[in-house]
Each structure stands twice: as C-alpha cells, then as structure tokens.
Design a protein around this ligand. Structure first.
Ligand code: GLN
Length: 336
C-alpha cells in the first residue's frame, strides 16, 4: 500500500487526516463483499483487490492511500460533469425541459420516462444522461453537449474533463468498443426516447458519445480533484482553472445529493449527507462544499452498483469528520 500527503511521506507527516485514511484503508481492504461489474465484458477484467482513497481540500492539499495511481474508466460518475456542460451550453430552464430532477429511487439502468412529460426523470440515470435536444440537433444530457459533429462534441467533452482534472484525458478504446458492442439496454432506452420524440435522429452517434464519456480514464486522485473542484465553486484547486461556471454548482450538487447513488440515494442522503455520485467502475466522488472533494475506488460492487468499500469509507468519513450537511448537533466539524 502507498500512502502520501502532497509533501513528505507517512513517517514524517503528522497529518491526522492521512492517519484516518490509512486506518480506513487497512480496515476495509479486508472487506471482500460484492462483485465486479460484468455486463461490460472489458470491465470484468479489473483486479477486484484494487482500493484507494483520496481527499483533496479546496486549498489544494492532497491526501491519498492505496492504489491511487491505478487508472480506470469513469463510467456513470461522468454524468455529473456532462450535466454541468449541458447547463453551461443551454442554461437551466432549457435543460429542465429535456431532463427532470426528480429522484426515482430506480436503478441506473431503469428503462423509465416521466409519463406526462416523456422526459427522463433525472440526469443521473442512463436515460437522463442520454436525452435529446431537438432544436439544436445535437444529442443527450450527453446529447445536449454542443458541437459540430461527433469529433467536436467529443473534444469539447474531453476538454471539460481536462479542466476538472488538470491534465489531458483519454478514452479507453477497449472499454468503449466493449460497451458499444454489448450496450443493447442503452440502445433500447434510446429507441424508447425516439418513440416519444425525445430523440429525433442518429441514435448511434448519441450512444457513441455517451459510451466514450463513460470510458474516459481517471485515477482516484483525479476523482478527488474533480470533486474538490465542485466543492471550490468550480475552480480546480490545483491548477486554479475555472472548470465550470460557478452559477451551476448548486444545480449540479442538488441533483447529485438527491439522485447520485441510484436506488441507494435516499439512504445515502440520510446517513452520509453529502452530494455524491458513483459508477460501476467502483468509483465514488463526494463533495463537501467549501471544504473538500473525496474520491474512493474499489471495484467490488453491491447489488445496486455502488462500491461496497466506497460506501463504507464515505460513511465513516462523514461520521468521523462530521461532514453530514445537516448535522446541527452542536459538534464542530472535525475538519477545518
Ligand atoms: N457505461 C455504463 C452504462 O451506461 C455506466 C453505468 C454506471 O456506471 N452505472 O451502462
């Protein structure tokens, strides 16, 4: 196991926060419940033992333990950031006409649209992450991303990830093609939206951009930096670049808070109490506004598709550091 604060090594670093991360890592690496995602064949090859935790504070300090340099595909965590770009491209009012913000308590892959409006319920489930923008003839929360043709849209999306992460990012071509060739359920959702007139043209192009978005490679520190950028009014705390317009942060965090953890979102909000998003890669990001971003990676998933160790680590961090947004019990937040 490797553990590190951004300066110095564990032996000389007195950081209590790093000590907490080390303790949680040692404790939960023994937890071997859950299974790796298998429905995208390439994802099934991941080493189930991998485990890393990283915290990045809004003033740019980095605390990390475990396999934090291991790259993996971002999967559904990308939906948060695609939603932010769609908001920047079109504004809140328009995006709301295309994708709702109602928590459904459904699994990410639920094939379900709002009966009345025919909108996907929210942008954190797959249908919501793929809805259409007819007037501009471009596709998704993913299709809402502007650009002339698939290359420009992909490049705008990659550039958005670059701003959040602070380095150039790439799509894992094997995971992308693996999902594209087996993503029949996502294809079925796209056809359902076509049936309701929510998508009116090239479904395969919309799906390709969505599959590429899911196959962007990140490591655990990247997750924490992205989360810290959301915690820091949209400014990457390491590079100081504005990654997303600060006016949309509250919209992004609200939808993460209510919809970010699939059919565990309610319990998560109740117990852990911080905006978060998970993906079937085994990653979780959690955002403590004005304080820090948390990233956890462990590919063993529970039946809802959330990382088993990731949920446990976030639960403990929330308790130990008093991070629950509505904790008014008089206890001072232990992290300052
Ligand atoms: N690419 C995956 C899919 O759409 C992402 C799912 C997830 O991470 N929950 O099926």
């Amino acid at each position: 196991m490797t553990s590190q604060a951004n300066q110095g090594d564990l032996e000389i670093d007195p950081s209590p926060l790093l000590a907490v991360l080390n303790e949680l890592h040692s404790q939960y690496k023994l937890l071997r419940e859950g299974a790796v995602a298998k429905y995208i064949p390439e994802l099934a090859k991941v080493n189930p033992e991998l485990f890393s935790i990283c915290i990045v504070t809004v003033d740019g300090q980095i605390y990390k333990v475990g396999d934090y340099e291991q790259l993996f595909t971002i999967q559904s965590i990308s939906k948060v950031f695609a939603y932010g770009l769609a908001l920047e491209d079109h504004g809140l009012d328009y995006v709301l006409t295309r994708v709702g913000v109602e928590p459904t308590g459904d699994a990410f892959k639920a094939i379900i649209l709002d009966e009345q409006s025919k909108r996907p319920y929210n942008p954190m489930v797959n249908a919501g992450a793929m809805s259409d923008d007819k007037p501009l003839r471009v596709y998704a929360t993913t299709s809402l991303i502007k650009g002339f043709g698939p290359t420009e849209r992909l490049n705008r999306m990659l550039d958005m990830f670059r701003r959040y992460i602070g380095r150039d990012v790439f799509v894992d071509i094997s995971v992308f093609t693996s999902e594209r060739s087996t993503g029949h359920r996502n294809r079925a959702m796209a056809h359902l939206m076509l049936n309701f007139g929510m998508i009116d043209r090239n479904i395969e192009e919309a799906l390709d951009l969505y599959f590429q978005q899911c196959a962007v490679m990140v490591d655990c520190q990247d997750l924490a930096v992205m989360a810290a950028t959301l915690a820091n009014r949209g400014i990457n705390p390491i590079t100081k670049e504005q990654a997303v317009n600060k006016h949309y942060i509250k919209d992004i965090l609200s939808v993460m808070y209510t919809c970010g953890m699939y059919n565990f979102a309610g319990e998560w909000a109740y117990k852990i109490g911080i905006p978060a998003k998970s993906g079937i890669c085994g990653g979780i990001i959690a955002v403590v506004p004005n304080k820090m971003g948390i990233g956890v990676f462990s590919p063993l998933l529970d039946v809802r598709g959330n990382s088993v160790r990731g949920v446990k680590v976030c639960e403990e961090l929330s308790q130990r550091l008093c991070l629950h947004l509505f904790d008014c019990s008089g206890q001072e937040a232990k992290f300052d």
